[in-house]
Design a protein around this ligand. Structure first.
Ligand SMILES: NC(=O)c1ccc[n+]([C@@H]2O[C@H](COP(=O)([O-])OP(=O)(O)OC[C@H]3O[C@@H](n4cnc5c(N)ncnc54)[C@H](O)[C@@H]3O)[C@@H](O)[C@H]2O)c1
Length: 273
């Protein structure tokens, strides 16, 4: 008899999570570990990598390996996959999730007319070039293993629709004015393109490739932003981080064995208007 809830178990699976020490990444790592996977947490932020790895390893059944790496560097990407295989023998799941702004807040949030090519390339290097490198390196490993896998790539609501710029007036995060720059939308739309390409390219190898498309998640934005953003959302509010995790666990698991090339949108209904 088939166990339908058993299909959601990730017991015996090995998952690599890039950006695993980030705001959403930590929730994804905790969720994957709780579902039974050994989790390889990859991030450039060394303090936070160790903290989340320790937290997971201190749980009774948790297994985690923290790796500090800059995944825009192809050599470091290869090293991540080698370390994961040395520690856990295989890789079944890749959550390609890292994103970045680069060092300058002002350069990242500059108006489109003034945006520099250097800043554009900094963001593209993290949000899409590194995603390509990780998918390539993990895909090679999955092909070697010969029994498929699940790759999930984090896009964004702004990869499939334009931002409503009216909500940003008076909107602040960590005491700084924010917006959504074109490079973010562009890189996140590219995630969808890469996902659909790889889904068909590796379909005959049973490597499923799907995009996770979260909407805005509450993480300390000021009240003005939360109210304006919430007013755009059919469910009337921003997401809470744990509400994004279930979609990852589903796509990672056998419950989604017939799902590939899909964009799983978790946005409170924003794109349904
Ligand atoms: N938070 C949201 O509301 C939201 C909404 C839609 C989509 N997303 C997407 O979800 C994903 C996670 O978002 P988040 O809010 O956790 O972001 P975050 O900025 O908190 O985390 C991103 C992580 O990526 C890491 N990183 C950056 N450059 C790296 C590099 N070169 N090598 C290794 N690691 C690197 C950072 O150190 C950070 O820990 C991102 O892809 C983001 O675009 C987030």
């Amino acid at each position: 008899m088939i166990s339908y809830t058993g299909l959601f178990s990730l017991s015996g699976k090995v998952a690599i999570v890039t950006g695993g020490a980030g705001f959403l990444g930590k929730h994804f790592c905790r969720g994957l570990a709780e579902a039974g996977a050994a989790v390889v947490i990859v991030d450039i932020n060394s303090d936070e990598v160790s903290k989340i790895a320790m937290e997971i390893n201190s749980a009774a059944t948790g297994k985690a390996l923290g790796i500090v790496a800059d995944i825009t560097n192809p050599l470091e990407v290869d090293d991540v996959v080698n370390q994961a295989v040395r520690e856990f023998n295989r890789v079944d799941i890749l959550l390609n999730n890292a994103s970045g702004k680069g060092p300058s807040h002002d350069a990242y949030f500059a108006p489109f007319e003034d945006y520099t090519l250097e800043q554009w390339r900094t963001v593209m290097a993290i949000n899409i070039d590194a995603m390509f490198l990780m998918a390539q390196a993990v895909g090679r490993q999955m092909l070697l293993q010969g029994d498929g896998g699940s790759i999930i790539q984090t896009s964004s609501a702004y990869g499939i629709m334009g931002p409503d710029n009216r909500i940003y007036e008076g909107s602040w995060y960590l005491n700084r004015q924010i917006n959504t720059p074109a490079v973010y939308s562009t890189s996140k739309a590219a995630v969808v393109g890469l996902t659909k390409f790889l889904a068909t390219y590796w379909a005959d190898k049973n490597i499923r490739v799907n995009a996770l498309v979260p909407g805005g998640t509450e993480s300390g934005q000021n009240d003005v932003f939360q109210e304006r953003y919430g007013a755009r959302i059919p469910l009337g509010r921003m997401a809470n981080a744990p509400e994004i995790v279930g979609a990852v666990l589903y796509l990672a698991s056998e419950a989604a064995s017939y799902v590939t090339g899909h964009c799983l949108v978790v946005d409170g209904g924003l794109n349904a208007w």
